[in-house]
Structures are given as C-alpha cells and as structure tokens.
Ligand binder design. Structure first.
Ligand code: ADP
Ligand code: MG
Length: 238
C-alpha cells in the first residue's frame, strides 16, 4: 500500500527551480533514505512533505488524500531535525507532551504515551531535566520521543545524527534501526552518511540538483550505479 506519493512535485524560489518534477511512491512501512550533495534539495523536499514549505507544483498524497493545501498539523507526520529544535525552557517531559497538548489530547493519553516513548528511548531518568542539562545523544532521543508520542503515520528525519560524534552516531543508528523494526512506521530519512544509507534503507533515492538520479534498494545502487555521480555516493570505491 502506498503511504506517501509525490507526483511531479516541484519547488521554485522566484526564478530559481530547486526541485524538478519529482515522482516517488513510498510504501507503507518503508524506510526511504534520501542522499545527495549539499544544496541538492533534500531539506526542501522534506519540508514540503511536512507542510513547512509551500509546494510550487504537483500533487502530494498522504494516506490517499491530497494534502498540498493542508497545514503541518493536519498531515499526521512528524519531523525530526538535525538541531533537535527542543524548547529550552521546558523539561524533557514537557517537550515531549507539547505537541499532544496542542492537539488537546487528554492528560491520561499524554502521560501514557510520554512514558511509553521514554521507555523505548531509555530517557526515563531525564524526564525532569531541561535540554541544556542533556548530552547531544540524549537531546536527539528527546527529539525522537517528541515525534513518537504523536503516533504519526510517517516520520521525516533531516540528518538527525550529523551533530553527534562518530561513536554516538553508530549507537543512534542502531537505535533507529531497532525503532523502525519495532514500529514499522513509514520513514523518509535524509543523511550524508553512506553507512547510514546502506544499513537503514529499504530504498535509497539519490538526488542531483533537485532531480532523481537513481532510486532503488541499497545493493542495486551499490553494485549497479546508474552514473558516476551515484557511484561517488553509494557505489564501490573506484
Ligand atoms: P540540502 O538540504 O540538500 O542541502 P536545501 O533543500 O536546503 O538542500 O536547498 C536546496 C536549494 O534551495 C539550495 O540551492 C538552497 O540555496 C535553495 N534554497 C533553500 N531555501 C531557500 C529559500 N528560502 N530561498 C531561496 N533559496 C532557497
Ligand atoms: Mg539540508
């Protein structure tokens, strides 16, 4: 079943076209990884799907519904950012509860979901701390927890691990893989890291200047890159 469909999706800033008529169908439960050089349009594409950026052309379908005109809050998807974007004046618990409160969920539901997510992400001991009192890895877990409690139909990650040191990046990558195996939520994940892409993805999309260079399972791209450009990102070292 298709969870998210991009049909001829385009983005222009004035006369500058940064996304060129992109078609992708993301299956329900699929882990899709987006890679490509800095400035190729990865964040713009995610932000359009999230509703944080207006779509200039084409149709975005989420769960069988055209959502081009819907605000982020009506799209039932959650985005996790590289810089965590936590509220500094709120505790971890409040950060995680905030989105649900805005949606007027009842206190019982909020409490239950926050504890559940804290358990999955092993952040129970930090629930009453402020973000400033946490390490980078702990903050990234809180940012993920804040997305999980909403029980969205899809997760969007924009380079969530790129601010972490190498060891922590490996640990968090394994956590994300475990989380996906457990929740099987539709996920679109942007990364610069080839290992992250190869190990997490069901399929990888290679973007080049706002257009799809190649899309397919990691091993297909690795063994049969469609171009030198793809080979540089994914393929065997030359
Ligand atoms: P990536 O995430 O792959 O590094 P982005 O999606 O951030 O790339 O940016 C894609 C292109 O769109 C870049 O050339 C960038 O300069 C341009 N861009 C992004 N946001 C804006 C904006 N608000 N106004 C004009 N150009 C923008
Ligand atoms: Mg980006």
């Amino acid at each position: 079943m298709t969870a998210i469909a991009l049909r001829q999706i385009r983005k222009t800033y004035g006369s500058l076209q940064v996304i060129h008529d992109i078609d992708i169908e993301i299956a329900s439960g699929e882990f899709l990884v987006l890679v490509g050089p800095s400035g190729c349009g990865k964040s713009t594409l995610l932000r359009m799907i999230a509703g944080l950026e207006e779509i200039s052309g084409g149709v975005l379908d989420i769960g069988g519904k055209v959502v081009n005109a819907l605000p982020p809050s009506d799209r039932n998807i959650a985005m996790v950012f590289q810089d965590y974007a936590l509220y500094p004046h709120m505790s971890v618990r409040e950060n995680m509860a905030f989105g649900l409160k805005m949606r007027r969920a009842d206190e019982e539901t909020i409490k239950r979901r926050v504890l559940q997510a804290a358990d999955i992400l092993k952040i129970q001991p930090f629930l009453d701390r402020r973000p400033a009192q946490l390490s980078g890895g702990q903050r990234q877990r809180v940012a993920m927890g804040r997305a999980i409690v909403r029980e969205p139909s899809a997760f969007l990650f924009d380079e969530p691990l790129s601010n972490l040191d190498a060891a922590l990046r490996v640990e968090m990558r394994l956590e994300i893989a475990k989380l996906h195996n457990r929740m099987k939520a539709t996920t679109i994940y942007v990364t610069h890291d080839q290992v992250e892409a190869m190990t997490l993805a069901d399929r990888i999309v290679v973007l080049n200047s706002g257009a799809i260079e190649q899309i397919g399972p990691p091993l297909d791209l690795y063994h049969r890159p469609a171009s030198l450009f793809v080979a540089r990102f994914i393929g065997s070292p030359t």
